[in-house]
Design a protein around this ligand. Structure first.
Ligand SMILES: [Zn+2]
Ligand SMILES: [Zn+2]
Length: 136
């Protein structure tokens, strides 16, 4: 067991992992905030980042984090967007714009070729081998 200081309230708590270094109480508060923001932007799809942060009491940094985590998505009419991490184009969720995602996927394919795709026959054989193993 690991004890850490909560980044939200500073109290010591039992760290159980996760990206947020928050105690269960602060984690719950953050989750409530998230639900609030989510509903807020559904009701106010045209709200600016400033409006959202002021009305919900959540920092722009936190909102941006939720966008990167793809938990929050903004409609096309929303003025809120974040920059693609590669080319800087404004996007509504995630880390990269569609074009950069596409070019990354193509690059990956080029790197591994077709060797990573297992032919159906082979996959079936492996599945059968696994079942036999389970039968024993
Ligand atoms: Zn806390
Ligand atoms: Zn991009």
């Amino acid at each position: 067991m690991e004890v850490k200081n909560c980044k939200g309230c500073g109290r010591l708590y039992n760290y159980i992992g996760g990206a947020y270094r928050l105690c269960p109480e602060c984690m719950k508060k953050l989750e409530d905030q998230f639900q609030y923001v989510k509903e807020y932007i559904e009701d106010n799809p045209r709200a600016s980042m400033r409006q959202v942060t002021e009305d919900c009491g959540v920092s722009a940094k936190q909102i941006e984090r939720w966008i990167r985590e793809e938990r929050l998505t903004f409609s096309d009419e929303s003025p809120i967007g974040i920059a693609c991490e590669v080319c800087g184009k404004s996007i509504k969720s995630g880390r990269f714009c569609d074009r950069c995602k596409q070019s990354m996927a193509t690059r990956l394919e080029g790197m591994y070729g077709t060797s990573i795709t297992i032919p159906d026959e082979e996959r079936e054989k492996r599945a059968k081998a696994r079942m036999r193993y389970l039968d024993m």
